[in-house]
Design a protein around this ligand. Structure first.
Ligand code: PNS
Length: 162
């Protein structure tokens, strides 16, 4: 079985992430979306909330699993017999860091990184920008799935009441 992982913070999942996951499902038999647990990074959604949103928005892909991970990505891969990491490349500015990580990961374990070019309509999309635009009242309805828009709106409303 050809297995791959799509790792990330997914805080929250965007249409750009779903584009990459969906294309990975056509290339691999099983795709694990791995949500990084990073306690030092301030996030808008908890890991459980992010997993819940991802599980729901990926429900139509029969070969996608969603899991949390901490520590090294290569250890997560080794434990699950995964030999491919799928990453989206939005622009050449992503390339330097992604190449460095790909080379580091392949020096640590037998894993290849497969770069998938982001669809042009999502080339500017990042979770951090979605959060910033939504925080200041901008329309992000074309950038995230409806469920995520709902949760984002609710979280911002909660915060404004605090
Ligand atoms: O969505 P992000 O925050 O850009 O995702 C970054 C992620 C999770 C893919 C990257 O930070 C990662 O792989 N972290 C796991 C820790 C690790 O393996 N570090 C060594 C990378 S060479």
């Amino acid at each position: 079985m050809r297995r791959a992982v799509c790792p990330g913070s997914f805080d929250p999942v965007t249409n750009g992430h779903i584009d990459i996951v969906s294309r990975a499902t056509a290339l691999f038999d099983e795709v694990t979306v791995a949500v990084m647990i990073n306690k030092s990074k301030k996030s808008m959604f908890t890991v459980d909330e992010r997993i819940d949103m991802l599980t729901k928005v990926c429900a139509d892909f029969p070969n996608v699993k969603v899991e949390a991970f901490h520590g090294l990505l290569v250890d997560f891969c080794r434990e699950r017999g995964i030999h491919a990491i799928v990453k989206g490349l939005r622009a050449v500015s992503d390339f330097d860091y992604e190449l460095q990580m790909a080379q580091m990961n392949s020096s640590l374990a037998p894993v290849e990184t497969v770069f998938v070019p982001t669809s042009p309509e999502y080339s500017f999309l990042a979770s951090s920008l979605v959060k910033e635009v939504a925080t200041f009242g901008g329309d992000v309805s074309t950038l995230v799935p409806p469920l995520v828009l709902e949760r984002l709106t609710a979280r911002l409303a909660e915060r404004s009441r605090e």
